[in-house]
Design a binder for this molecule. Sequence first.
Ligand code: NAD
Length: 284
Amino acid sequence: MAQIIDGKKISTQIKDEVKEQVAALKQKGIDVTLAVIQIGKDPASTVYVGNKKKACEYVGIRSLAYELPEETTEEKLLELIRELNDRTDVNGILVQLPLPEHIDEQAVIHAISPLKDVDAFHPVNVGKIMIGDYDFLPCTPAGIMELIASTGVDISGKQCVVIGRSNIVGKPMAMLLLQKNGTVTICHSRTKNLKELAASADILVVAIGKPKFVTADMVKEGAIVIDVGINRMEDGKLCGDVDFDSVEPKAGYITPVPGGVGPMTIAMLMKNTLHAAKLQHNLA
Ligand code: NAD
């Protein structure tokens, strides 16, 4: 039987620490502020943006919501980002992805000032992560590192397998595990021997968006299994990329969905926004 890694509890601890520091900055006259931009009304994005706003309220970060219509032009969006870059009272800027097809996602990511890039998607911040000298870490991989740390297991020398190679989860995740001296393998949709590789992992991180993809035969006895996937099933329930019921008896530690990685992502966003405010006021 695996120990369940309680992302809800750990994320609350992190948010409570952020809350204290946000209050301390307020005493100094700094009102930590996050601008959240959503284009269109994608239901999943609306839920994520709502959760981010709630977290801001909890930790005392002021959130500025920009809810723009689906037909907003790229130029208009870039103009808003430039305006927010220039505002000294705005510390972090987050553009909820995905964007409508007529907007170039990369152009938007490039437009955000690296100092306000609390998602850490800007190429400058991505590059800094590669060399291990960073201001911000992308929220989901950073949250996963906290979850792994909570187990007390040392990553150094462990076989780490990341399934999925997205820019926001898989690739930076592999880099962070490597920085902690893990022996890292990245698997993806073209990987030939995925089952064997997954089954060799002491630490297995799954981020592919395929419900219950990882089954017990793909998991090593006692492994740490981190399930990043958020899949909405026909009955409306959420389910991960890992078949929890079959894997849980075999794993050493496992994250549930919901209540695992998801709340950590938002907690780390709060942490990044606080850090952005400190950087901008030379307090970091
Ligand atoms: P993505 O959709 O950008 O990329 C999916 C990746 O999975 C690709 O690299 C692809 O090569 C790989 N893949 C697809 N099918 C595969 C297969 N059969 N075998 C091996 N690899 C395969 O992914 P993403 O944006 O990283 O999201 C992945 C999942 O994580 C989604 O369910 C998403 O909703 C979820 N997610 C959760 C959080 C969170 O906070 N919990 C954050 C980000 C993403």
